[in-house]
Write a protein that binds this ligand. Sequence first.
Ligand code: FBP
Length: 316
Amino acid sequence: MKQLLLDFLRVTQEAALAAAPWVGRGRKHEADAAATAAMRETLRHLPLDGIVVIGEGELDEAPMLQIGERVGTGQGPGLDIAVDPLEGTNLVAGGLANATAVIAAAPRGSLLHAPDIYMEKLAVGRQAAGAIDLGLPIVENMRRAAAALGKRIADMTVMIQARERHRESIEEIQRTGARVKLFDDGDVTYTIAPAFEGTGVDMFYGVGGAPEGVIAAVALKCLGGEMQARLLPANDAEYARCVGMGLADPRRRLSMRELVASDDCLFAATGVTSGLLLEGVKQEQAFAAATHSLLAYGGSGTLHFIRSVHPRAKAG
Ligand code: FBP
């Protein structure tokens, strides 16, 4: 797996470079399609036998990188792959901060197989790992994380997506005297933010996409943090899809181990637009574009921030 790190880096770089020309042009589907096509084409040549367990749709729903699709040359390790070629499609369309191209991989059978439905997520960085329990109220989790971090609850900052469904949680958090930090879209970056001290974020909480949740869980595994989650099937059809993917009790709380069962996992992300952790794609000279990526491997816990210059690519 470790040997594949740079190959996976290239996958997110190509997706980000392909999405970049669409920044600010109001066309989120075109941006997503460009990123997906580039990611798929790059994956095709990698020396691995991959199955997309989380992707751009299910079976016949999407034309590319759908769940169940095989990627790679077929020669090499058997892997589960989770992809989000463009995380934050609206951000790209609106020319807003924090759009990324992301991918995660782990040995076959070790990533949670889940449909693209909502998931409740709670995440912390290394220092508070082991202190959280999604079965408890958010304020109790804040109290536990604050104790692990050696701070007062009022000094906590909780990242949460700006959505009406989070109104009550936001008010509960604020009633403790703590701060919330709201964001519009792109929750992979913000779920992993507590694992980076410089972000000032202590905890992530909220309901967002399940695919983004599994990808963020891989990143947190690499970074030594913790995430717990719960799938939220909205109706019988979604419930049945979860069961069909092997989840006997789809509404059960999922531990870090159930989200990612192996340390031999990797995470790669490349910025499309600049955000909390990464710079976006930038035109360097007339015919070169620069990318900024994050690459992490669970086996070593080593984290790489990588700036690359791509001579023939154009940033848009
Ligand atoms: P897309 O890139 O697919 O548009 O997802 C953006 C996102 O903000 C995710 O990061 C998040 O998990 C999800 O949307 C939240 O969904 P909703 O927009 O329905 O609240």
